[in-house]
Design a protein around this ligand. Structure first.
Ligand code: 13P
Length: 252
């Protein structure tokens, strides 16, 4: 039985006052989704504040990126060990915005995934196709390539301490969600591909769906057998929305 996980990706949003208001509201509501794991992945400068606010609560926290290097002359970068200093549990790796806007390639994503695990973090590995790739019928080939790049270097056993997220690029921030059936088809494909390497790990690994998840569509998505929760962008900035999404995961 896979425990559902709902993780917020705040992206480049937030502020000290707004974060406090949001997290206070989530803490107050969190008893409503007991049995569901929840987390927020926040901008680096707020990790200290978020740790102070969430320590001792059921809500975990994490970051949205890390360096593939341990330490050194890498101006502007943040290492996995630094994230562990702030008791991060999760770190998002290979988000499509990192791939598209910052040129992260599969090999670099794989290196970041490994660096996260070396530091004791749980990477949330994002995969997903663009609209053009979907229309060309290349969805499976694209997510397979992105997944294999990590499994070929880290090994399938690394998925025991990792989370996958399917985020179709065309559904991110667009208000255009994948249908539950579209999400399920890709999630099943990913699980079968992992099963090709190790059937037991394939059954254990959580595969989140991300892309315009809202309170209004979360329950249908989470009802799909291979959808184990969500990676939530815009709706994670609104306490009532995020709380409702976490509650929807409990209902399924
Ligand atoms: P939205 O929920 O805003 O579409 O963003 C999804 C996402 O990119 C989460 O990582």
């Amino acid at each position: 039985m896979r425990t559902k996980l709902v993780a917020g990706n705040w992206k480049m949003h937030g502020g000290l006052a707004a974060n406090r208001e949001l997290l206070d509201a989530l803490k107050a509501a969190s008893a409503d989704w007991s049995g569901v794991e929840s987390a927020v992945c926040v901008p680096f400068p707020y990790l200290h504040q978020v740790r102070e606010l969430l320590r001792g609560t059921p809500i975990a926290w994490g970051a949205q990126n890390l360096s593939e290097h341990e330490a050194g002359a890498y101006t502007g970068e943040v290492s996995g060990a630094m994230l562990r200093d702030f008791e991060c549990r999760y770190v998002i790796v290979g988000h499509s915005e990192r791939r598209r806007l910052y040129g992260e390639q599969d090999a670099q994503v794989a290196a970041k995934f490994a660096a996260a695990q070396r530091a004791g973090l749980v990477p949330i590995l994002c995969v997903g196709e663009t609209l053009e790739e979907r229309e060309q019928g290349a969805t499976e080939a694209v997510v397979a390539r992105q997944l294999d790049a990590v499994l070929d270097t880290a090994g399938v056993a690394a998925l025991r301490n990792a989370v996958l997220a399917y985020e179709p690029v065309w559904a991110i921030g667009t208000g255009r969600t994948a249908t539950p059936e579209q999400a399920q088809a890709v999630h099943r494909y990913l699980r079968e591909r992992i099963a090709g390497r190790d059937a037991e790990i394939a059954q254990e690994v959580r595969i989140l769906y991300g892309g315009s998840v809202k309170a209004g569509n979360a329950a249908q998505l989470f009802a799909m057998p291979d959808v184990d929760g969500g990676l939530i962008g815009g709706a994670s900035l609104i306490a009532e929305e995020f709380a409702a999404i976490c509650k929807a995961a409990k209902a399924e």
